[in-house]
Unconditional design. Structure first.
Length: 363
């Protein structure tokens, strides 16, 4: 039975699939316009997914529907705490304690602010993940329960000599099983496209190079290095690889997940990407700098990112940056900024599709 997007998103939250939950809810605003649960679920997904700007937007929409809710107040408090606005965070925690004097999260957060609440320590706790102690709890991950039960059953079976099989190398936790995408003998032997007259190929590769690139893409995916996997995928799709291998490569591409600042691996430099944008198309980068030429239209936000110019000493490059939903608060051009964005190409030129943004508070 198909579930509603909201029910499915809650299930994804429990399984810690925050990016998937955010993507699922992104296009459902009209369906759930006046739903408190929708805006709370969306906001919590953004909070854990480190899109604090849109999380704050969601929580504001939720508050228009229900003014005083303990979980909502805790969520808004932690957004202010993350920004370093401890005075505003304290006010929200006091509102929580007015209705729930024994609330453990609020009490713990108040003690943290009292003893350690300067901006540097807040940033350290955020980087280490300790700040999540003040996030709304998600409950037990059902995948963890399943793994524990499986371990118990497996242990009992081994103890009684019931299981006598050789176990293959376990798949990486939480990753899809790609065994169905293994190349056949025929595909491996004929990895190149036979007739090259009908296409344009950015990379010309040997059979061995195509096989190695394909195997690397699968292995990088299992190692949670989705950016590195995407590079190998791009290399194959823009090469003289056979249509059969490209078909499987396209299927592999559908498993790539959207990262957060915390989960991003293989963060490629501007110089690397600018040298061959097609090779890095669809990869995610965390680049810092400053913005210029900012403009908003129909809720979207666009600007030029001066990559590497955060200290106003050197510009590595200038890249158009586009947000489908304007960040809140608005990015300011007179301060350094770090963005999480996906690499795109528009009219043959490098551009960025923004997802999250971090800009330090004014001192």
């Amino acid at each position: 039975m198909a579930h509603s997007p909201l029910i499915s998103a809650r299930s994804l939250l429990r399984r810690r699939s925050f990016a998937k939950a955010m993507t699922l809810l992104e296009g459902c605003e009209d369906m759930y316009r006046d739903s408190f649960d929708y805006w709370m679920t969306y906001g919590i997904a953004c909070l854990y997914g480190r899109d604090f700007s849109y999380a704050n937007t969601c929580f504001k929409r939720a508050r228009k529907i229900r003014l005083m809710d303990t979980t909502l107040l805790l969520c808004q408090a932690v957004v202010f705490l993350w920004r370093g606005d401890t005075e505003q965070a304290i006010q929200y925690y006091l509102d929580v304690l007015d209705g729930d004097p024994e609330n453990k999260i609020a009490l713990k957060a108040m003690e943290f602010i009292r003893t350690k609440g300067n901006f540097e320590i807040i940033r350290e706790w955020d980087a280490s993940g300790k700040l999540k102690a003040f996030y709304p709890p998600l409950g037990v991950n059902p995948l963890t329960v399943t793994r524990i039960l499986f371990s118990i059953v497996l242990g009992v079976g081994i103890a009684f000599g019931i299981l006598h099989v050789t176990h293959p190398r376990p798949m990486a936790q939480g990753r899809a099983d790609l065994s169905a995408l293994t190349l056949t003998v025929e595909e491996s032997r004929n990895a190149q496209e036979k007739d090259l007259s009908g296409g344009v190929y950015h990379y010309i590769m040997t059979d061995k190079q195509i096989r190695v690139s394909y195997d690397l893409a699968r292995q990088y995916f299992q190692d949670f290095r989705d950016n590195a996997a995407q590079v190998e995928i791009n290399r194959i799709l823009n090469s003289n690889a056979s249509e059969a291998i490209k078909a499987k490569t396209n299927m592999l591409c559908t498993y790539i997940e959207e990262p957060t600042f915390d989960t991003l691996h293989d963060n490629y430099s501007y110089a690397d990407v600018a040298s061959d944008p097609l090779l890095y198309l669809g990869c995610w980068v965390s680049w810092s700098g400053r913005i210029t030429n900012a403009a908003q239209e129909n809720g979207a936000f666009c600007c030029d990112l001066l990559v590497g110019y955060e200290n106003m000493q050197r510009v590595d490059g200038i890249v158009p940056l586009y947000f489908a939903k304007a960040p809140e608060p608005e990015i300011e051009g007179d301060r350094a900024v770090t963005v999480l964005a996906q690499i795109g190409v528009e009219n043959g030129k490098l551009m960025l599709n923004g997802r999250s943004v971090y800009q330090p508070l004014r001192k």
